[in-house]
Design a protein around this ligand. Structure first.
Ligand SMILES: NC(=O)c1ccc[n+]([C@@H]2O[C@H](COP(=O)([O-])OP(=O)(O)OC[C@H]3O[C@@H](n4cnc5c(N)ncnc54)[C@H](OP(=O)(O)O)[C@@H]3O)[C@@H](O)[C@H]2O)c1
Length: 287
């Protein structure tokens, strides 16, 4: 028989997780604060209390709104966790993950924190990825079950590492969205077709620029090798035009202005001849 699993939380993501587990043949018990959520979810056992839900399975997957909701939901069932594994897929910070890991250890449970790199529609298919950190033994034991949700990647025994890398990936995503939002605001201030601009120019350009990220990472890891192809002094000078043109077109440059400040600071502090990797370290020190 496949490992019984409990899913706490039947929001959009929790429902997708429960559905993938039942589809993979795992006896699945679910609990949600508000009864009656996900009425279309079939083949599961609905527990009335969180304690009943936890005691039903050796593996408990929590997917609630935020860290506060996890603490609030789990507290009444604390004594039920001994000898079980808690996998917390709720979005949170590394500090949240470490604190929940300590709490789980105090209850005698193994703990894995997870960062879901997927939207609900990707759960149960090959496109999704979940990053895990915490108990390696728990990952080895339950990895095959967790692979019913998405591809799995264990990123370290420090429970905070999955959240750190999840948030870093979201940072990359929001940075990309911020640039695209600014670009579309700028072009739509004139009669430029958003669709033509996005499809023919923006996406190919951003895709080409994505190719420079590994070189940036290599510069960080090994130190810069040779003269910068696009030095920061040049970039800082050009960036001023981006901000000025934005204001002139009636577009608030609020999303990108901090980048201009950082480039100017890099030049002021003597990094003008470095490549873009030079600003990474700068972010980690007060200006
Ligand atoms: N959806 C996505 O695209 C996506 C992608 C990656 C990661 N995530 C993460 O997955 C987690 C769940 O997301 P979701 O999309 O399922 O959110 P959602 O649809 O808004 O559902 C939120 C869930 O949290 C529960 N909840 C909220 N406050 C609670 C509390 N104080 N005590 C107990 N339960 C509480 C809700 O229960 P009620 O029904 O009682 O309100 C509901 O089950 C979040 O941390 C989110 O960041 C989501």
């Amino acid at each position: 028989m496949k490992t019984p699993v409990t899913v706490l939380g039947l929001g959009a993501m929790g429902t997708a997780l429960a559905r993938a587990l039942t589809a993979a043949g795992h006896p699945t018990t679910v609990w949600n604060r508000t009864p009656g959520r996900a009425p279309d979810l079939t083949g599961v056992t609905r527990a009335k209390t969180v304690a009943d839900a936890v005691s039903a399975s050796s593996l408990i997957v929590a997917c609630l709104l935020d860290d506060a909701s996890v603490r609030e939901a789990l507290a009444p069932a604390a004594t039920e966790f001994a000898g079980r594994t808690l996998v917390n897929l709720t979005n949170g910070t590394p500090a949240h993950a470490r604190r929940t890991a300590d709490w789980a250890t105090q209850q005698g449970a193994d703990y894995l924190d997870g960062g879901i790199m997927a939207v609900p529609a990707m759960i149960g298919g090959p496109a999704g990825l979940v990053l895990y950190s915490g108990s390696e033994a728990a990952f080895e034991k339950h990895g095959p079950t967790l692979s019913a949700l998405a591809r799995t990647q264990f990123v370290g025994t420090d429970p905070g590492l999955a959240a750190l890398q999840d948030l870093a990936l979201l940072s990359g995503m929001y940075g990309m969205f911020a640039g695209a939002i600014q670009a579309l605001a700028l072009t739509s201030s004139e009669k430029v077709s958003p669709i033509a601009f996005a499809e023919q120019l923006l996406v190919p350009w951003v895709t080409a620029m994505l190719g420079s990220i590994p070189a940036m990472a290599r510069d960080l890891e090994y130190g810069a090798d040779g003269a910068a192809g696009s030095n920061l002094a040049m970039q800082s000078a050009a960036f001023v035009n981006l901000l000025d043109a934005s204001r002139a077109q009636g577009v608030d440059p609020v999303l990108l202005a901090p980048m201009g400040d950082l480039l100017a600071r890099a030049v002021r502090e003597g990094h003008g001849d470095e490549d873009i990797a030079g600003v990474v370290q700068l972010l980690r020190t007060a200006g």
